[in-house]
Design a binder for this molecule. Sequence first.
Ligand SMILES: *[C@@H]1O[C@H](CO)[C@@H](O)[C@H](O)[C@H]1NC(C)=O
Length: 249
Amino acid sequence: MILASALIAAVALVESVAAHGYVPQIKIGNQYIPGWNVPTDPYTTPQPLRVVRATKPDSGFISDPSSGDITCSIGNSFLPPGPITATVAAGGTVQMLWNTWPIGHYGPVLNYMAKCPGDCSVWKGDTGTPWFKTQQDVYSNGVWASDVLAQSNFTYTVKIPSNIAPGNYLLRHENLALHGAANLGGAQFYPVCVQLTVTGGGSLNPSGLGFPGAYSATDPGIHFNPYQGEAANQAYVPPGGPVYPGLTF
Ligand SMILES: *[C@@H]1O[C@H](CO)[C@@H](O)[C@H](O)[C@H]1NC(C)=O
C-alpha cells in the first residue's frame, strides 16, 4: 500500500514535469534567442543568463492566482541574475516558441507588459499596478487559442505596441489552461516573463494592473467549465479585463 502510493506519487511528479510547456527559445526578427530551458538551465554552472525568467523548480503550473508566483513564474525568481535583455522595436513582434503544449488544455493566451523602473533584471514587478494588457486570444471558430498555439508549431506571436514609450519592459505571456477549471482552484496558470528593451515607440505609459492583484480564483474567466458547449465558450470572458485602450500596433 505504501509502495503503491509512493509509486503513484512518483508517476504524478514525473507527469507534472513532463506534461507542461515552457519557453526555451524566443525569436525576434530572424534571431533565435535562448529562453529558459527547464531541463538544463537550472542545472548549469555558472547559471546562464536568459532573457526569459526562470521557473523553478520545474515547468509546473500555478494554481493560486493570488500567490506571488503569478507575476512571472514559479518562484517569481530574479533569475537571470544579471542584466540581459532582448531588443525589439515598438510595433514589432516577439515569437514565443513553446517546447510543447497539449491539445485539449483549453484556454486563452494572454499578454501583458510592465515598464521596468530601470533595469528589469532587478525588478520583480510584483507590487503596485505596473501591468497593462496588450493582446489576448480567446476562442473563435470553435477553437481555443491554446489549441491554435499547439497546432502552430507551439508558437505564439506577441505584438509589441507601436505607441508605448521606449525603455525596458517585462513582457508577461501566459497560457491559462481551463480543462480542470470547472472546479474552483482548478485553473492552471503558465505565465512566462521576458526582459525586453523596446526601441522607437511613442509616449504612452500605460499601467493599472497588479500581479498579484488582477486575478482572483472566483473570476468568471478563471472558475469556468470549458465543456458546456459552443455558446458558453463564445461568451467566455478572460480575466484581467480588456486590452488597454489606445494601444496601436
Ligand atoms: C518549429 O519551431 C522550432 C523552434 O521551437 C523551430 O526550430 C522550427 O524551425 C519550427 N518549424 C517550423 C516548420 O516552422
